[in-house]
Design a protein around this ligand. Structure first.
Ligand code: GRF
Length: 200
């Protein structure tokens, strides 16, 4: 399976995928990396891996729709089977979601449907939950509402701050992402209403 990965930050999830894809038995390859901003470690990781990259900044486009169309076209140019948002901090628009319906995956640093949005780790900490985690899901038009592929649970420790909790979540998130993207690539998957089943 061909993967295009979208990033906005440090790209540790991207790196985990790149490392996994180095083994042909993994069944997937990252063919390009896209971003919504310059100068991020995620893009540097892609460049070090010798991968093509593209950057579309919202502010360089007249409208959000034009930005969305540009991201869609750049992804399509690499003919991905799956597009993976690995810390891509922008909501895809209608054109993108139509082009990649059922094939656009995102990871979120909380156990959805709890704590959707930009601050999953902070919101879980502030709520006082004792376990949180990460969720891999198929993106739909809502915010962090799509059908769930996998979840990983992590404990919240008494002395956690947002940074320590998010780091623990991200360690679990990377393992979950690598395991399930690989299985989806090798075995296929079906989205049946709200349920996602891996395997044919
Ligand atoms: C991940 O926790 C992702 O879920 C969140 O931002 C983080 C991205 O980390 N939205 P990285 O760029 O993959 O290191």
């Amino acid at each position: 399976a061909r993967l295009v990965v979208l990033v906005s930050g440090s790209g540790t999830n991207l790196q985990a995928l790149l490392d996994a894809c180095a083994d042909p038995a993994y069944g997937a390859v990252v063919v390009a990396v896209g971003a919504d901003r310059d100068g991020i470690e995620g893009l540097a990781r892609a460049e070090r891996a010798g991968l093509p990259t593209f950057v579309h900044r919202v502010r360089d486009h007249a409208t959000r729709e034009e930005w969305d169309a540009a991201v869609t076209a750049s992804c399509q140019a690499h003919q991905p089977d799956l597009v993976v948002s690995a810390g891509f901090m922008k909501l895809a628009g209608e054109v993108f979601l139509t082009a990649f319906a059922g094939r656009y995956l995102n990871t979120h640093p909380a156990l959805l449907p709890s704590f959707p949005g930009m601050h999953g780790a902070r919101d879980a900490l502030e709520h006082g939950v004792k376990v949180t985690g990460a969720t891999l899901f198929v993106v739909d038009p809502g915010v962090d509402t799509g059908p769930i592929v996998a979840q990983a649970v992590v404990p919240v420790e008494d002395d956690d701050d947002v940074a320590s909790l998010h780091e623990r979540i991200k360690a679990a998130e990377r393992g979950m992402l690598v395991e399930h993207v690989g299985r989806m690539a090798r075995e296929g998957f079906v989205v049946d209403g709200r349920r996602v089943r891996i395997g044919r």
